[in-house]
Design a protein around this ligand. Structure first.
Ligand code: ZN
Ligand code: FE
Length: 262
C-alpha cells in the first residue's frame, strides 16, 4: 500500500539538500549531487527509484546521476537549455509532467539567472503546494548570477514570489543564517525578519534544517523578493552601494552585488 507522497530531506556535502519525494514504495530524487546518501536512504526505507529530476547543470546537483542510473534505469527530467547530457525528458516553461511511479503531477517554470537554463518544479495539484527551486530562491536569499543577468533573476524570483503563500520552498542549500545576516543589514526595520532570525537560529542550534521555508515567509523577509521596498534602497544608498539608479532592477543588481562581497 502506498502512502501519500511526502518529501524526505537528504543532506549531502557541506550544505546541500537533496530531496527524495516518495510514497513509501517508489521515490523520485531532485538534484542528486551525490548518489551515496540517496542509495542509503532508498535502502533504509525500502524504496525503488522511479525518476530523477534536475534543476540545473552544476555538479553538486547532477554529480550522482551516473551512479544512480547504474542501479536504476529511470527517466531523467531536466532543463532543455542547460547543457545536461543525461537528461532524457527535456523540459521548459509551461510543461507538465507526471512523476513516474508516484502519480504526482508537477508544473515546470523557467527561472534563468543562476544558470541560463535553470528550471523549477511546482506541485499545484491540490495537495500540499511544493516548489523545488534548486539554486534560484534560497531561504532568505537567492543564488549567484553565474550565467544570467540581474533582470532575468529578478523576473525569475518575481515568478516564484507569485506562487501561493503556503507553498513549501525546497531549495538546495542550507545558507539561511548567512542569508539572514545580510537581509538584516539591508532591512533592519523588518520585524518579521527579526523574528525569523531568532527562529532559524534556534533551529540551527538544534542541528535541524531551516529548509523548507514557505513563500509567505520569503515574501515577508527575503530581500531578493523585497527589492521594491523603499527601506532596502535607502540602506543600499546609505552604504554607498547604490548611486542614483533607482529602477527596481538596479536595486536588485546592487543587492546581489553587495551580497557577493558581504
Ligand atoms: Zn548551482
Ligand atoms: Fe548548488
Amino acid at each position: 500500500m502506498s502512502k501519500p507522497v511526502s518529501v524526505l530531506t537528504v543532506p549531502a556535502f557541506k550544505d546541500n539538500y537533496l530531496w527524495l519525494v516518495h510514497d513509501g514504495h517508489n521515490a523520485a530524487v531532485v538534484d542528486p549531487g551525490d548518489a551515496a546518501p540517496i542509495l542509503a536512504a532508498l535502502q533504509e526505507l525500502g524504496l525503488v527509484l522511479t525518476a530523477i529530476l534536475l534543476t540545473h547543470h552544476h555538479a553538486d546537483h547532477i554529480g550522482g546521476v551516473p551512479a544512480l542510473l547504474e542501479r536504476f534505469q529511470v527517466p531523467v527530467f531536466g532543463p532543455r537549455h542547460d547543457g545536461i547530457a543525461a537528461v532524457t525528458v527535456p523540459l521548459g516553461e509551461g510543461d507538465r509532467i507526471e512523476v513516474p511511479g508516484l502519480r504526482l503531477p508537477l508544473r515546470v517554470l523557467d527561472v534563468p539567472g543562476h544558470t541560463r537554463g535553470h528550471i523549477a518544479y511546482v506541485r499545484d495539484d491540490g495537495g500540499e503546494p511544493w516548489l523545488f527551486c534548486g539554486d534560484t530562491l534560497f531561504a532568505g536569499g537567492c543564488g549567484r548570477l553565474f550565467e544570467g543577468t540581474p533582470a532575468q533573476m529578478a523576473a525569475s524570483l518575481d515568478k516564484l514570489a507569485a506562487l501561493p503563500e503556503a507553498t513549501k520552498v525546497f531549495c538546495a542549500h542550507e545558507y539561511t543564517l548567512s542569508n539572514l545576516r545580510f537581509a538584516s543589514a539591508v532591512e533592519p526595520g523588518n520585524a518579521a525578519l527579526r523574528a525569523r532570525v531568532a527562529a532559524d537560529t534556534a533551529t540551527r542550534e538544534r542541528g535541524q534544517p531551516t529548509v523548507p521555508s514557505t513563500i509567505a515567509v520569503e515574501r515577508a523577509t527575503n530581500p531578493f523578493l523585497r527589492y521594491r521596498e523603499p527601506e532596502i534602497a535607502a540602506h543600499l544608498r546609505a552604504a554607498g552601494k547604490l548611486h542614483g539608479g533607482e529602477a527596481p532592477v538596479a536595486v536588485f543588481a546592487a543587492l546581489r552585488e553587495w551580497k557577493n562581497n558581504f
